[in-house]
Structures are given as C-alpha cells and as structure tokens.
Ligand binder design. Sequence first.
Ligand SMILES: CC(C)(COP(=O)(O)OP(=O)(O)OC[C@H]1O[C@@H](n2cnc3c(N)ncnc32)[C@H](O)[C@@H]1OP(=O)(O)O)[C@@H](O)C(=O)NCCC(=O)NCCS
Length: 327
Amino acid sequence: MPILAEILGTGRAVPERILTNQDLERMVETSDEWITERTGIKERRIGDENTTASSLATEAAKKAMEMAGVKAGDLDLILVATVTPDMPFPSASCVVQKNLQAWKAAAMDLAAGCTGFIYGLSVADGFIKSGQARTILLVGVEILTKITDWTDRATCVLFGDGAGAVILQASNNGNGLLGTYLGADGRYGELLFMPGGGSLQPASQQSLDQRLHFLKMEGNAVFKIAVQTMGDSCLKILDRVQMKPEQIDLLIPHQANLRIIQATAKRLKLPMSKVYVNIDRYGNTSSASIPMALDEVRRSEMYRPGMNVLLVAFGAGLTWGSAIVKI
Ligand SMILES: CC(C)(COP(=O)(O)OP(=O)(O)OC[C@H]1O[C@@H](n2cnc3c(N)ncnc32)[C@H](O)[C@@H]1OP(=O)(O)O)[C@@H](O)C(=O)NCCC(=O)NCCS
C-alpha cells in the first residue's frame, strides 16, 4: 500500500453565543424568510471579545489530538488556514504551537479564503508524501464576525465563527487523502475582499472613516462563479483519482449558500441524502466549514470507516479546490 496522509482525528470548536435570523431582523432591514430562502441559514455562532482565531483553533486541535491519540510532542507541523488570525503576525499557527506546547512543530498560516482548508490538505499531503513530516495538525478557523460590517445587510447575515481541526499522519492502510485539486484566479480578487489594514491601505483615520476594515462582497457575481467552480472542481478531482460520482459516499461542500450546494450536487447527480449540510446552524464559517462538518460526520452514526468523502470549496482570491479522502 502506498503512503497516504490519513485523517486520524477531528475536532471542532464554536463560540457559545447564537445569533438567529430573528436577532438580525432587529439589527438591519432583513427577514428570516429572505435569509432562509436565499441562503439556507437560520443561525450562526458569534464570538465575544475573548474569542480569537487561536483560542478556537487550540480548542478544536485538542479534541482532534485526543481522538487521534496524538500528543503535542508528536506534531511535526502546524498549519492554520485563516484570513482572520489574531494579528497580522506572528501567525495564528505560532500562537497555537505555544498554546499546545508543541515545541517540535514548524508552524505556518495559509490564506486562501474559504478554500483554506483544502489548500491546507494539499500542503499537508505534500509534506507527508515527501517525508518532511509524519504527523500534522491542520486547522481551519475563522472569526469573520469581527470583520463583518453589521450595517451591510447583504453580507452581515451570511457569516459565523468557528474552527475545525484534523490530525493527519503518514499511513499505509489504504485510508487517507487520495488526491487534491487547487485553483485560483486573482482577477476576481475585488469581488470578495477586505481592502484595509495591509500595505496598500494601512490603518489610518481615513481607512476607518471609509470602513475599509470590513469584508466587502459582490454576492451575486461570486454566486455565479461559485456554482461553476464548485462543480468543475468536483469533476476535476474525480477524474484525477479515477473515480465516478456514484463511488462517493458523502459530499462535504463548503457551506456558503444552500443553493450553491444544491447546484453542485445536481451537477454530480448526487442525491441530497449524500450531501452534508449544516449551514442552517453555523452560516458561512469560511475555512472552518469543511473541517467542522468532517468532525460532525466522524462523531455521528453516519460515519463508516473507509467511506469515500469528496470535499469541495471556493472562496476569496478567488480560489477553489477539492479533495477526495477515505476517512
Ligand atoms: C449574498 C447572496 C445570498 C444574495 O443572494 P442573491 O439572490 O444573489 O441576491 P442579490 O444580491 O441579487 O439581491 C437581491 C435583492 O435582495 C436584497 N437583499 C440583499 N441582502 C438582503 C437581506 N439580508 N435581506 C433582505 N434583502 C436583501 C438586495 O438589496 C436586492 O434587492 P433589489 O432587488 O431591490 O436590488 C448570494 O448572492 C450569495 O450567496 N452569493 C455567494 C456569496 C458567498 O458565498 N460568498 C462567500 C464566498 S466563500
């Protein structure tokens, strides 16, 4: 059997506070009916002033390590996929390394928007297959509610906070990542971005007055590209690993919009019973959505060892990607 990156353990963490569509009705001009029909979201989790990317990431990581039976000292690499780290630097992964006391581990963040977890899987796969690492912690975490413009009804109803973690380890029992596919097109960067706070528009009174430190999105344009790239990415990875859609036991798509998820399932001719959906409870948690869903599956009765799971995402960049993993 060839060496594969096997997912040995999963974990997730979300803030306790729930923000419902009814709560949002009192904040902006919107309705539960509009949000439910257009997105499938009913509620989302929202952190408080103590919630940071590293705090949720650490909590999720500890649960994944416990399931995997892995100690902090076993970790060779910590990858954190996020666009909302605690601060621009040091990286969230270095803070997680400190929290876990994983002193042997190298640490780096990955910024690929909502596709961050898939990019992370692909990087982890490369490290494991090249022999540079044996045991890797990969976390997708996002505290998007802290860069949400709560006066913009077109975006503030969509996002939530959360973290999902996996432990990947080199193994040769047939389980693990069968392949990944990644894509990007920087020409679409300004369809979904946070313009302020970097070297182009550093923080200033003017950048604050212009509300540049909030997420901005052309929702309708992103929607159309998402429908196309999610379907394309699934077909690409199926082709790459020589599998057919009917060999997939479960599709775990990035949870951005129920209509995008349904369109992806339709393109693959997969029944919705084979598609994992939890957007109603969490909203769009960006790079955390897939590992959070993976953890829910692993800890539920639907989990069967060796099931073939297709993961697919798209996000800011724009980026997109997919993976097939035997979990
Ligand atoms: C954001 C999104 C839900 C909007 O749905 P849509 O069907 O595209 O809706 P539109 O943006 O065309 O807006 C339709 C109308 O609803 C209104 N609207 C927007 N947000 C609203 C809200 N929260 N409540 C009520 N009405 C709202 C708009 O103002 C517009 O009104 P108009 O027709 O009078 O101009 C959808 O475009 C989407 O999900 N896009 C993808 C976003 C995404 O996934 N981003 C993350 C990438 S990882």
